[in-house]
Write a protein that binds this ligand. Structure first.
Ligand SMILES: Nc1ncnc2c1ncn2[C@@H]1O[C@H](COP(=O)(O)OP(=O)(O)OP(=O)(O)O)[C@@H](O)[C@H]1O
Length: 614
């Protein structure tokens, strides 16, 4: 479905573009210009640097493709480019986008008349081929336009055989991304390779936040062009895009997604997940779920996955297959790698399982649908609670989301989902390990939200999050401090016996069994050692007791010996003095003697006592 919007004829331009380029536009079905094209082309083609901010899907690509072609046409008319020279450079943050831009250039160039000097392009992106192969191809085909991602462009320019002095124009597509912290150094390195007398164009749907950083792209006195949506309610997004949100129980997100994928009417849907791990994990599970559900609804769905950890070639292939015409409903599970610039006209639905960490990315993700005035819907899931404040946060940024009723889950679907999730996880312990990584990755992702007052780690519902991932135990991580009543060893569900939970991979399983044995032995040894220690402590306490008894006896014996000796001495003295003996007197005298002896011991300087020899 298309919405009518005001457009400008190619002939209404004050500046006349190259006739064959204009004809090519009409042949391609672009009978008139979009507003951003009408405002940008005359300026960029005629010696102005531009900073262009226009909503997603508004036609920014052609707004620079035409000026770039015009610069190159002019260059070729003036003189041949010498060996190693090129005339234009377009930089994009992702391989997919660079590839797409290359395709747009070639769709126009293919319509170049025979008599014109041939224009050529070359794609410079990582992992398609190596730099040496890129250089060989460049010297063989002599393209005038280079399109690529920053890393590979720098590697390419570092070859002495490449001469950058004839580069007339540089375009940064998704310029705010190329000027952010992750890319700025690379972007500046590229700028330093280029001659200062060149035109520069920065393009994005969200460039305002970049501010004075635009000058890091080496611009001189740029003109700012802003094309907003006609809709006053949400002029940061195109009018043809319906933005809505659902408030959901975080544990139910995937079930709701599954129900939407089966019940909703759409041709192509892009589903955004927070991490690469999540894309792989849930893609694998949903493939199984769809395959084994065997319902007429599930049979009409085809699912694809795309993320940054995949090789470049399969990534491109997946995107191409997803973009192809299909009698099935096509679903793409992806990350922010496919948030910006990707133009697949049939995408009529975007679903975000979580808001992105950066608010600008919200518009880019949603903007994969509702492009070029086609109607599209973007639904964002918001977890119940504090996250609901995100809606006001977006509202302040002129992004207005309508509340959509959360679908009631079908009981049969939930039962089927739970059973399949459990059996799929139990089939291979590696899946559980992966689910753990997903869970941990999610918390890392959550901590990166720019709107940190809304997305607080302390307020995440960890139990629901763990259950969403199919876990039965909280993995060890610092965030566990936020979990109230943390269960012993992290187990909140003991329904899986981990001793018998197997890996499908035989080598891994053998290693696990070995580890289990070692662990058992370690436990046994520990227990034995503990028992031994306890026993030792018990024995030593008893022997101490025995020891004190023996000592007492010994002391008593000594004492009685001393007493006998004293008595004998006294008796001797009495006999010598002729005194009669009586027990009671001896007793008294003996005690006195003992006391006197003690006193003497305390006063060593005194004269030697009676007991000193004993
Ligand atoms: N003059 C035109 N008439 C009709 N359709 C057009 C015209 N120019 C571009 N389009 C179409 O509009 C769609 C979106 O264009 P483009 O990809 O350039 O958008 P964009 O503004 O770069 O979006 P994003 O910000 O998402 O990258 C494309 O499918 C393109 O073919």
């Amino acid at each position: 479905m298309k919405k009518e919007v005001a457009s400008v004829s190619w002939d209404d331009l004050s500046y006349q573009i190259e006739p064959w380029v204009k004809n090519a536009m009409i042949t391609l079905g672009f009978t008139s210009m979009t507003p951003v094209q009408a405002s940008t082309i005359p300026l960029l083609s005629q010696h102005k640097d531009v900073v262009v901010e226009a909503v997603t899907g508004s036609g920014k690509t052609l707004a620079y493709v035409i000026p770039v072609l015009e610069k190159v046409i002019k260059l070729l008319k003036e003189a041949e480019l010498k060996k190693g020279q090129f005339g234009a450079l377009v930089v994009a943050p992702t391989r997919e986008l660079a590839n797409q831009i290359n395709t747009v250039f070639n769709s126009v160039i293919e319509l170049q008349p025979e008599e014109e000097k041939r224009i050529g392009t070359q794609l410079l992106v990582g992992s398609m081929q190596n730099v040496r192969e890129d250089l060989e191809l460049f010297h063989k085909t002599k393209p005038q336009i280079l399109i690529g991602t920053p890393g590979r462009i720098i590697d390419f320019f570092s070859s002495n055989s490449i001469k950058t002095n004839k580069c007339e124009i540089m375009i940064l597509d998704e310029a705010d991304k190329l000027l952010d912290d992750g890319f700025i150094n690379d972007t500046q390195s590229i700028v330093r390779y280029l001659p200062s007398q060149r035109r520069t164009g920065l393009f994005s749907a969200t460039i305002s936040a970049v501010g004075s950083k635009i000058f890091k792209a080496g611009m001189t006195n740029p003109v700012k062009i802003t094309v907003k949506s006609a809709s006053l309610a949400a002029n940061s997004a195109p009018e043809s895009l319906n933005l809505s949100y659902m408030v959901v129980d975080p544990e139910l997100k995937l079930k709701i997604l599954y129900q939407l994928l089966l019940k909703f009417r759409y041709k192509k849907v892009i589903v955004y997940f927070p991490t690469n791990f999540a894309v792989t994990h849930f893609f694998n599970f949903f493939m199984e779920l769809v395959k084994k559900s065997n319902t007429p609804e599930s049979e009409t769905v085809n699912i694809y996955s795309l993320h940054g950890k995949l090789e470049a070639k399969p990534r491109m292939k997946t995107l191409n297959t997803f973009a192809e015409e299909s009698p099935f409903k096509s679903v793409l599970f992806t990350t922010d790698v496919a948030a910006r610039g990707i133009d697949i006209p049939d995408v009529d639905l975007v679903i975000q399982l979580d808001p992105p960490t950066e608010p600008d990315v919200f518009l880019h993700r949603c903007g994969r649908t509702g492009r070029a005035n086609k109607i599209g819907s973007a639904i964002t899931m918001i977890s119940e609670g504090r996250e609901e404040e995100y809606i006001n946060f977006l509202n302040v940024k002129n992004i207005d989301l309508k509340l959509q009723e959360t679908p009631k889950l079908n009981e049969e679907l939930v039962k089927n989902f739970d059973e399949k999730m459990r059996s799929w996880l139990l089939e291979d312990r590696a899946r559980y390990d992966h689910a753990v990584r997903c869970y941990v990755g999610y918390t890392r992702y959550y901590s990166k939200h720019v709107a940190s007052s809304i997305f607080r780690l302390a307020e995440l519902n960890y139990l629901k999050l763990a259950k969403l991932h199919g876990l039965t135990r909280y993995p060890k991580m610092p965030e566990n401090k936020y979990i109230k009543d943390f269960p012993t060893d992290g187990w909140f569900d003991d329904s899986i016996d981990f001793d018998t939970y197997k890996y499908k991979d035989e080598v891994k399983e053998a290693a696990r069994l070995e580890e289990l044995k070692t662990e058992k032995r370690r436990k046994e040894r520990k227990q034995k050692a503990l028992l031994k220690k306890e026993l030792k402590e018990k024995n030593s306490a008893w022997s101490k007791k025995v020891d004190t008894k023996e000592n007492k006896l010994e002391r008593r014996e000594k004492m009685s010996k001393r007493r006998d000796a004293v008595e004998a001495e006294l008796q001797k003295q009495k006999e010598a003095d002729g005194v009669d003996d009586s027990d009671s007197d001896v007793e008294v005298d003996w005690k006195d003697l003992v006391r006197a002896n003690k006193k003497q011991k305390k006063q060593p300087a005194q004269t030697q006592g009676f007991f000193d020899d004993l």
